[in-house]
Ligand binder design. Structure first.
Ligand SMILES: [Zn+2]
Length: 202
């Protein structure tokens, strides 16, 4: 869902329609997900395919890489969807024809293992029996070596460097165009007026 930008816009703070940010053909405020196609909607994606012969990425990985039957795939997908979409979980929220990730509910953690496919390079935050999660990729994944220290992290280096510096464009890519122009214009004029003091420092 994250890969396909099925996310909320944080009350208008993120411009989901701007293809300059998300890539050609990927800018849309309509994208959402459902378990299967019980309702019609523009850019409504589903975990389960309408026909077993035309798999989705999820069912392809489960069936072709982990050798689950279609019924097992559907049972697993439904159990996951029920857990993710429950209101109590606070992960997804209603949007357009389906559900999207509620960005307000995301938490940032440090030090999670990551797994990269040796064939296509896709990186995942969890290991699913060592198989790549990309659609129609037959690669195997390997634990990504962590750098171990902050020394090689681009952002940590930049924030720690002296004199302190930040590039406004790096931090405004996902902000709506009007607010982005105000912020980037302010930085280029060396007078980010109207911004709270912590933003000026950043
Ligand atoms: Zn792969």
């Amino acid at each position: 869902m994250r890969q396909n930008r099925a996310i909320n816009d944080l009350g208008g703070m993120i411009d989901l329609s701007d293809e300059a940010i998300w890539g050609k053909g990927r800018g849309s405020v309509e994208t959402s997900y459902d378990l299967d196609r019980t309702s019609e909607g523009k850019r409504l994606r589903t975990l389960l395919p309408s026909k077993p012969t035309t798999p989705t990425r999820l069912t392809w990985v489960l069936a072709n890489r982990l050798e689950l039957s279609f019924d097992e795939t559907a049972t697993l997908a439904k159990a996951c969807w029920d857990a993710l979409s429950s209101r109590r979980a606070g992960i997804l929220q209603k949007h357009k024809a389906g559900l999207v990730i509620d960005l307000d509910g995301l938490q940032i953690e440090k030090g999670q293992d990551r797994f990269q496919c040796e064939k296509c390079g896709r990186v995942a935050a969890f290991d699913l029996a060592g198989v790549c999660l990309a659609f129609r990729c037959s690669g195997a994944t390997k634990l990504v070596e962590t750098l171990g220290s902050d020394g090689e992290n681009y952002y940590i280096q930049r924030y720690k460097s002296l004199p302190s510096a930040a590039i406004a464009r790096e931090h405004t890519a996902a902000i709506g165009p009007r607010l982005r122009n105000v912020i980037e214009g302010g930085f280029s004029r060396h007078s980010p007026s109207g911004l709270p003091s912590d933003v000026k420092i950043a």
